[in-house]
Design a protein around this ligand. Structure first.
Ligand code: C6P
Length: 411
């Protein structure tokens, strides 16, 4: 059991009020709040050892290099990567996916090849592959969904087949909350010789994720969704695959030897980190990993299961509210999207905001999924380790009040 009240004290912003009401922050799938250890790690970096990495012989540069590389080690350990050379710093999960699409895929995807995605992908794991498919005359195939928002694997052996070059799938859906069987799908991809990318932006922050167990070629992470700063994320890739890949961006840091005519590439991981990296935020992401590790990812997942099932039961009990995604908590993360026919999600979100409740409304960067569900948008509550059941109670009261207000025939 987590001591939530103790945890909440670590997050300065959770003490604030909005419109005279205590803030209830339920927009954690968009970005998470930051504990003071993360905030202080940034201040400490700038106050005490701000300096460029991998360059200087002076004390500050050595200190910043050490802390920057320590953070990489922490991320590697957090996902059980065999080597920190497998961790490439990026700005976010989106950049990590684009790195693979612009390097590995440009070399390996050929005309007639197939790239398998799911019908619930975030635009970040969809739009880059649309470009690859257009450039290479490859075909995008989508694993369809069941009525309750799980992957429909009935025809999976026709979808993942000998023509498949890459299976690129989201681990936990940001819109539906569904946890996908990425290990099983990776094994299927392996059988036909395809490569695998797992978009783990919504899983690594919320549950234990082990890259040796899932065994993908690539896995992408977002720092700001796991208590870290914005502007930092990571690509995990198997070391031998990274070794064989062309660089993404070219310039300083990523080179070994440069002449007026040519250049050779630095060793991993620097080969993929051209220019001055986001040192402070990488250190901050390391502090976030420390914070999550000290609490324990199993406990965080258990807390989210408790709170999400509590919220789900209450949402199901509200008349006229549709929710999306599976009810079985073994297949759902801490995300609940819902809609009330006749009430626009933006109106609902604005009503809740006035009660101090922050939720996200919109298509959540999954427009094809929204179209498939037959809705323009949803309202989404997403939970994290600092949320409480009493916050869920306020959400449920707010929803009941909002639906009463909007469905009142006199309006
Ligand atoms: N989803 C949400 O509110 P970035 O923005 O690059 O850090 O993460 C992109 C991304 C990739 N995959 C999934 C499954 C995601 O949920 C996200 C970000 C946010 O749902 C912002 S749209």
């Amino acid at each position: 059991m987590l001591d939530i009240q103790k945890i909440r004290k670590d997050f300065p912003v959770l003490g604030r009020e909005v419109y005279g009401k205590p803030l209830i922050y339920l927009d954690n799938a968009a970005t998470t709040q930051k504990p003071d250890t993360v905030i202080r790690s940034l201040v400490d970096y700038y106050e005490n050892y701000n300096s460029n990495v991998h360059r200087g012989v002076h004390k500050l540069s050595m200190e910043s290099t050490e802390r920057f590389e320590e953070a990489r080690e922490k991320v590697a350990c957090f996902i059980n990567s065999k080597s920190s050379n497998s961790i490439i710093w990026t700005r976010n999960a989106t950049e990590a996916i684009n790195l693979v699409a612009n390097t590995w895929a440009q070399e390996h995807v050929k005309s007639g090849d197939e790239i398998v995605l799911t019908a619930m992908e975030h635009h970040s794991n969809l739009v880059p592959w649309q470009k690859v498919a257009k450039d290479k005359q490859a075909l995008l195939k989508y694993i369809p969904l069941t009525a309750d928002g799980r992957l429909d694997l009935t025809n999976i052996d026709d979808i993942i087949c000998s023509r498949t070059k890459l299976v690129s799938i989201v681990h936990v859906s940001n819109s539906l909350g569904t946890i996908n069987p990425v290990e099983e799908l990776t094994a299927k991809a392996r059988k036909v010789g395809a490569s695998v990318l797992v978009d783990a932006a919504q899983s690594v922050p919320h549950m234990p994720v082990d890259v040796q167990q899932i065994d993908p070629d690539f896995l992408t992470i977002s720092g700001h969704k796991m208590l870290g700063p914005t502007g930092i994320g990571a690509l995990y890739a198997k070391e031998d695959i990274l070794e064989s890949m062309e660089p993404f961006l070219r310039g300083g840091e990523m080179v070994l030897e440069v002449t007026y005519e040519d250049a050779s590439w630095n060793s991993l991981p620097m080969r993929f980190e051209a220019g001055t990296p986001n040192i402070a935020d990488a250190v901050g992401m390391g502090a976030a990993v420390d914070y999550l590790s000290a609490i324990g990812m199993k406990s965080i997942r258990q807390h989210e299961v408790d709170i999400t099932s509590y919220a789900l039961d209450a949402i199901k009990a509200i008349n006229g509210l549709d929710h999306y995604g599976p009810d079985d908590m073994s297949q759902r993360g801490g995300v609940i999207s819902f809609n009330s026919p006749g009430v626009h999600p933006h109106d609902l979100g604005t009503f809740l905001d006035r009660l101090g409740i922050a939720v996200r409304t919109g298509h959540h960067c999954t427009m094809p999924l929204m179209r498939m569900l037959g809705v323009p948008a949803t309202t989404r509550a997403s939970f994290y380790l600092y949320n409480t059941k009493s916050e869920v109670d306020v959400l449920i009261d707010g929803l009941t009040e909002a639906l009463g207000y909007f469905n009142d025939g006199s309006r």
